[in-house]
Design a protein around this ligand. Structure first.
Ligand code: B4P
Length: 185
């Protein structure tokens, strides 16, 4: 069973790589950002609550995202594993996920940190131009990433679950490095 978590700054290539590898390994790509954006588009109760946070580059309250992830990880298509992209983003979310996996009688996941310098990610996101890819919102997302998400590098490092990959290469080169990893966990 393959369980992968992608860490990395906004624009580090998490979504890009997770999608490619999920197709390669035939497991679902679970992106909390994509689920939130689709809930916002469909104006579901979750989407209405999440909209202002996503638009301004802040983290959506953890209880909303955690419920969403718990529900998604119970679906039948996860029986061979999954790739989580964008979750966890805080130590609280990581603790929640550890407890959830224990409750489901599953072991830990392999955590991949895609390492890319700030100036490179800002350039990539400005080029992408999603609604939350304006310079001001990108700067806020990066600040929140530094304060809330980088502690997860130590969290998973201490648990010997972490692998760091250089994300500052072409998408094809990053994919090739990732395919070389042993992924059974
Ligand atoms: P996400 O959707 O996770 O957005 P992201 O961090 O910007 O990463 P994304 O995966 O989209 O980009 P990628 O690096 O692949 O989150 C959006 C918002 O949702 C958050 O701000 C927050 O509000 C909310 N949210 C999500 N999860 C949450 C959680 N757990 N808790 C609370 N709130 C949450 O790619 C970026 C661009 O780079 C692309 O255009 C791509 O083509 C390009 N690119 C990728 N790899 C490249 C490479 N190697 N070379 C050149 N370009 C590359």
């Amino acid at each position: 069973m393959t369980r992968i978590i992608f860490l990395g700054a906004p624009g580090a290539g998490k979504g890009t790589q997770a999608q490619t590898l999920a197709e390669h390994w035939k497991i679902p790509h679970i992106s909390t950002g994509d689920i939130l954006r689709s809930a916002i588009k469909e104006q579901t109760a979750l989407g209405v609550k999440a909209k202002s946070f996503v638009d301004s580059g802040q983290l959506v309250p953890s209880e909303l995202v955690q419920d969403m992830v718990e529900e998604r990880l119970q679906k039948a298509d996860t029986s061979s594993g999954w790739i989580l992209d964008g979750f966890p983003r805080t130590v609280d979310q990581a603790t929640f996920l550890d407890n959830l996996l224990k409750k489901m009688n599953l072991g830990g996941a392999l955590v991949i940190n895609l390492d890319v310098p700030d100036d490179v990610v800002v350039g990539r996101l400005l080029e992408r131009g999603r609604k939350d890819d304006t310079e001001e919102v990108i700067r806020r997302r990066l600040e929140i990433y530094r304060s809330e998400t980088t502690p997860l590098i130590d969290y998973y490092g201490e648990r010997k679950q972490l692998v760091v990959i250089n994300g500052n290469q072409s998408a094809e080169e990053v994919t090739s490095n990732l395919k070389d990893l042993t992924v059974s966990c």
